[in-house]
Design a protein around this ligand. Structure first.
Ligand SMILES: [Zn+2]
Length: 468
């Protein structure tokens, strides 16, 4: 349980992430710690696998189960105990790194093994989780997590102190976190240093004591349609533009992607490695990608904070993000990445602000339905930017129409219980009782009021298929 509600206070676990400006020396230390994490991870994984293979082989000889090589525990304390006994031989240099580095690797392995075993016996929802793989220097993202020792933000708010790494310069001010720490309403649980898209970041996991709030307009429902040419369109007709510089960054990203595909990349069949020029172009593309994602996330944070503070109920669409990622164009992909993030942010921010998030079923035709009379078109090309209803004569921006349908959906479902179309004009202050399918989002404090609404005229078994 992440959040605990006290009278009018709310304790939530929240992440604060800041870009770092590391000196070359600090970067080497971080990389050494990330390498130590990898060594511990791979050593423990090899050990677990050796015992599993040994037992499998023994079984083929007909050895009874009670005489097989005994299983070894793979909980974090057990992995840690085994590592501490072996580290003198495996990593004679162990004292050069913080024990937290080894712990980072062992913890990742313990989690991976648990996810794999839960997934195998059906205890874990979602896609099947494979057996943990060895981490290579080339493929894995270097990261190290500190949970104990000196972790703090310096009074100047431009530096942080971490164990072993010392004083690190921040690329941006940590004033938001510092203010909470100084006021005594926050406690740092851990700090993770990680490289992402060629940059270094520190992410603080913080326990924050927040005042419980109510939205400014608790009875009002707003529908949100996420776009490509703009960030979002609200059912109120408001258009939220894309963050500044996003278009420029996205154009640059597309240009770099073309350059990468024009150079000699690696080939699995022949075992050929990518050329130096390909490597360089790919690194540049990675950085551009990270920048676009950052700009988009930044814009989403501003939007979701404003929405969650203002409206009692927010309705968004459930999209098949994984399915779309597989085969859509680049522009669509950016928008979809934003969509998953929008949903994640709204889920926890509505919790903080005392509102609720309603997720419409994936199959609900929000774009094709007329928000005036409710008729559903069979076809609507993506190029048609204006919705024109042949039945009632409504002419409306395509995205505003979709957002209005989403907003009306929440009212309809709550108003009548039976899913009919005539709830459209219903009083918007109708209490939204009885929403179904409570879904917890990662990082959500009080997600108890997040629901999935079946679309009109459809059975609710689609809701089950849309669990992501
Ligand atoms: Zn119409």
């Amino acid at each position: 349980m992440l959040g605990v509600a006290h009278r009018s206070r709310l304790s939530v676990v929240q992440a604060y992430r800041f870009a770092l400006d590391l000196t070359p020396r600090q970067e080497r230390t971080v990389l050494a710690h990330a390498g130590a994490a990898r060594v511990a991870h791979n050593w423990a994984l090899a050990r677990v696998r050796a015992v599993m293979d040994q037992r499998a082989a023994e079984r083929t000889y007909g050895i009874p189960d009670e005489h097989l090589t005994p299983v070894i525990g793979w909980s974090l304390p057990e992995l840690r105990r085994a590592w501490n006994q072996a580290k003198v031989d495996v990593a004679p240099w162990w004292a050069e790194c913080s024990k937290e580095a080894f712990n980072t690797g062992l913890e990742a392995l313990a989690r991976g093994l648990k996810n794999w075993s839960d997934s195998r016996v059906g205890k874990r929802a979602g896609r099947r989780v494979g057996f943990p793989r060895f981490k290579s220097r080339r493929r894995s993202t270097p990261s190290v997590r500190f949970t104990t020792g000196a972790i703090r933000v310096e009074p100047d708010r431009r530096h942080v102190v971490l164990p072993r790494l010392g004083r690190l310069k921040l690329h941006e001010s940590a004033r938001k976190l510092a203010r909470r720490l100084e006021a005594g309403t926050a406690r740092i649980v851990s700090a993770t240093v990680r490289r992402d898209g060629g940059r270094w970041f520190v992410a603080f996991c913080v326990e924050v004591d927040r005042a419980a709030r109510t939205p400014n307009q608790p009875g009002v429902v707003v529908g949100v349609d996420l776009g490509v040419t703009h960030l979002a369109v609200l059912s109120t007709g408001e258009v939220e533009p894309n963050p500044r510089h996003l278009d420029v960054a996205a154009r640059r990203m597309r240009r770099l992607a073309r350059r990468v595909s024009g150079r000699v990349g690696p080939d699995r069949r022949t075992g050929r490695r990518g050329s130096k020029r390909w490597e360089r172009a790919r690194a540049r593309l990675g950085r551009a990608h990270a920048r676009v994602a950052h700009l988009r996330r930044d814009g989403l944070h501003k939007l979701t904070t404003r929405l969650a503070r203002e409206y009692g109920t927010i309705v968004i669409e459930d999209l098949n993000v994984a399915g779309m990622l597989a085969n859509r164009r680049l522009a669509r992909r950016i928008a979809d990445a934003g969509f998953a993030e929008l949903r994640r942010q709204l889920a926890y921010k509505t919790g903080w602000n005392g509102g609720r998030l309603v997720v419409a079923d994936r199959w609900y035709p929000s774009s094709k339905t007329c928000s005036g009379c409710g008729v559903v078109k069979t076809k609507l090309a993506l190029s048609e930017r204006t919705y024109t209803c042949t039945l009632c004569g409504l002419v409306l921006d395509r995205d505003v129409n979709a957002a209005r349908n989403l907003a009306a959906l929440a009212v309809t479902v709550a108003g009548s219980g039976s899913e009919t179309r005539n709830g459209r004009g219903a009083d918007r202050k109708t209490p939204l009782a009885g929403l179904v399918a409570v879904k917890r989002q990662p990082g959500t404090a009080t997600a108890g009021n997040t629901g999935t609404v079946p679309p009109q005229g459809r059975t609710s078994n689609h809701v089950l298929t849309s669990a992501s």
